[in-house]
Ligand binder design. Structure first.
Ligand SMILES: O=c1ccn([C@@H]2O[C@H](COP(=O)(O)OP(=O)(O)O)[C@@H](O)[C@H]2O)c(=O)[nH]1
Ligand SMILES: O=C(O)[C@@H](COP(=O)(O)O)O[C@H]1O[C@H](CO)[C@@H](O)[C@H](O)[C@H]1O
Length: 325
């Protein structure tokens, strides 16, 4: 990691345990807090997430002011289940209808800005299993206690869980194979962000409403790069939320997700003036591995060389063995 990234990583990384409820309640003051769940066909999981937030962070303590589920064209009972659990449910296409209908998670999150009232907005995926309200309190900690922080990403261990089959570290496939390498190549100052695509994050409305939202699955990559461009690295913090288990899509579906993320990166390379002249891409890849008390940081050199066409090599003709006659 670059020295300035290592410094950021030490200063701006905390743990959800660092943000107990009494600290947050003391810091809340008049700050309004919205929790948003983008949900497409999540009837199996959305209810438990909403119920936990309502019980622990609204009814037991007055921390969260509203829970809004953005129903993203679900074809199942997501809306009914979320409402029964205590969420305000808003249909994605019913928000700002005059702006037309775009699709995907990014559209749901962009519309959520017009469907909520909070000064701080916490985004939580609706497909989480084993959800803890510590996700929400952890993400709020830096925002409620440090005005210089504008955007907080969650980070966590991400096993790949399919039924009884569990592969530790097998989740976050697009993160590890697409997002992290691209960030390290073109935005090495963001190499310390451990889960750039994680679906749990929070931000100040005053920052989020100034930023474009990429639709589809480009939204996380787009927001991270645009927050960095607009507000700088130190406006970003990350909180270790422990472990994340969610519903996994097929590799085929993640291929489409990867394409949307590549298109987002391409657009930001151009828009942020990183395409011409393309700065020599950084050749160090920073990865993270859970270790006692935190994470080990693994930095590897991923540089590649290139050989010229063999026909241009002077000695080639003389060493080229004739085919056996
Ligand atoms: O068009 C969409 C696609 C996804 N989602 C929601 O966005 C979150 C993350 O999506 P998904 O689980 O498909 O992505 P993954 O976690 O598999 O990367 C989930 O709550 C989805 O229900 C959404 O609201 N609209
Ligand atoms: O991080 C990832 O690689 C992908 C896929 O995760 P898995 O390989 O299914 O655990 O999941 C994330 O990416 C999406 C695109 O940014 C987000 O919208 C999801 O919330 C997040 O789960």
């Amino acid at each position: 990691m670059l020295p300035e990234v290592a410094s950021w990583w030490r200063r701006r990384t905390s743990d959800t345990a660092d943000w107990p409820l009494d600290t947050l309640l003391a810091a809340k003051g008049a700050t309004r807090i919205s929790v948003v769940l983008p949900a497409r066909d999540e009837e199996a999981t959305v209810g438990a997430i909403v119920a936990a937030i309502r019980a622990e962070l609204i009814e037991q303590v007055p921390l969260v002011d509203e829970i809004v589920v953005i129903d993203s064209r679900s074809t199942d009972r997501t809306a009914e289940v979320a409402a029964a659990a205590g969420a305000e449910v808003v249909a994605q296409d019913a928000v700002l209808p005059e702006t037309g209908r775009m699709s995907g998670k990014g559209e749901a999150l962009w519309k959520s800005l017009a469907a909520t009232r909070g000064d701080l907005i916490v985004f939580v995926d609706a497909d989480l299993r084993a959800f803890s309200t510590g996700y929400v309190t952890g993400l709020l900690g830096p925002l409620l206690t440090d005005p210089s922080v504008g955007y907080v990403k969650g980070c966590y261990d991400r096993p790949l869980v399919n039924g009884e089959n569990r592969v530790e570290g097998g989740g976050g496939r697009v993160t590890e194979l697409v997002a992290r390498p691209l960030i390290n190549l073109h935005w090495p100052l963001l190499a310390g962000v451990m889960q750039p695509l994680g679906g749990e994050y929070a931000g100040r409305r005053a920052l989020l409403e100034r930023l474009p939202f990429v639709t589809g699955y480009g939204v996380e990559m787009g927001l991270l790069l645009d927050v960095f461009q607009d507000a700088g690295l130190d406006a970003i913090a990350q909180v270790d939320l422990g472990r994340r288990i969610h519903s996994h899509q097929s590799n085929e579906a993640l291929g489409a997700m990867s394409s949307q993320i590549l298109l987002t990166v391409w657009s930001r390379l151009q828009r942020h003036g990183r395409m011409l002249p393309l700065e020599a891409p950084a050749t160090a890849l920073t990865q993270f591995r859970r270790a006692p008390g935190g994470h080990d940081v693994l930095v590897s050199d991923v540089s590649v060389g290139e050989r010229p066409p063999m026909v241009e090599v002077p000695g080639y003709a003389s060493v080229r063995r004739p085919l056996l006659s």
